[in-house]
Design a protein around this ligand. Structure first.
Ligand code: B12
Length: 227
């Protein structure tokens, strides 16, 4: 049996905390705090319906009550409403982005001879979490095999990772081979084998940090759409 504190479950306590934080943010007109609270709620795995019903609506009801009682002005009430509308718009935009990502496939591979793939797994998890469809070919993928797989699965972006010396060059060779078959193929490359000597090619973006991989893939796709 686990411990329980008071009559509320941890998730109810979390909801109450978020609801309070959101209400305070509206009352002091702090748009950033309001957005952060909703982001925290999403990170706590609350659904948007729960956020609408249990955080945003009650906060606005409370604001309405304070206004009716003459404790805040109509301007305060308008500001709270504007902030909530903006939070909803931002959320809609985030949803649109995830829906967009679901239509895109990212293929992952380490180049020929490369057996270090922990980073590649991290990248796969992050891209999947962000909504992308991920096909991870794993370690030591020869250029010709990568080109055939790319032709078959038609990924929107290919992400590669290399650690061993010479791995940067092998990623470039792999990209050349794929681009011979699929001229518009786009790559994001990373890993310790990336050196300043590596001349990133057209259609190839270097990305050093896993924390930036989702943004980088988003940006590569956006550029591709504009072309
Ligand atoms: C685990 C490991 C192995 C495992 C790999 C298992 C696996 N399934 O991945 C095995 C046992 C297979 C292995 C083999 C070898 N290894 Co080894 N290995 C390591 C070790 C201990 C950890 C590597 C790792 O997973 N790091 C954790 C990941 C998360 O970090 P990372 O790869 O640096 O990635 C980070 C960034 O670079 C970046 N990143 C990486 N890729 C990408 C891609 C994108 C798109 C983005 C955005 C970011 C990104 O994000 C990550 C997070 O910050 C390192 C030690 C070390 N100092 O790293 C040695 C190390 C890499 N190995 C080394 C060596 C020498 C070898 C062998 C030659 C050993 C041997 N004699 O057999 C072989 C070569 C295998 C080969 N051909 O690839 C050397 C490489 C030295 C060098 N540069 O020359 C190291 C540095 C050990 C050392 N100090 O000597 N190894």
């Amino acid at each position: 049996m686990g411990h329980s504190f008071g009559n509320h479950s941890p998730s109810e306590n979390r909801l109450a905390e978020l609801s309070r934080a959101y209400t305070v943010a509206l009352l002091i007109g702090d748009e950033v705090a309001a957005e952060t609270t909703i982001r925290d709620a999403l990170d706590s795995r609350l659904t948007m319906a729960e956020i609408d019903d249990e955080i945003i609506a009650p906060a606005l009801w409370y604001v309405g009550e304070l206004w009716q009682r003459g404790e805040i002005t109509v301007a305060d009430e308008h500001l709270a409403t504007e902030i909530s509308l903006r939070v909803l718009a931002l959320h809609r935009e985030a949803h649109r982005l995830v829906a967009h990502r679901r239509r895109a496939t990212v293929m992952l591979a380490a180049p020929s001879g490369e057996r270090h793939i922990v980073a590649l797994e991290m990248v796969a998890d992050l891209l999947r979490d962000a909504g992308y469809r991920v096909l991870n070919l794993g370690a030591d993928v020869p250029s010709a095999a990568l080109a055939i797989a790319a032709e078959r699965h038609k990924p929107d972006v290919i992400v590669m990772s290399a650690t061993m010396p010479g791995g940067g060059d092998r990623m470039v060779i792999a990209a050349d081979e794929v681009q011979e078959r699929i001229p518009g193929a786009r790559f994001v490359v990373g890993g310790r084998a990336l050196t300043s000597r590596l001349h990133v090619r057209p259609g190839m973006e270097a990305c050093g940090r896993v924390t930036e991989v989702v943004e980088t893939v988003d940006a590569v796709l956006k550029r591709a759409e504009l072309n």
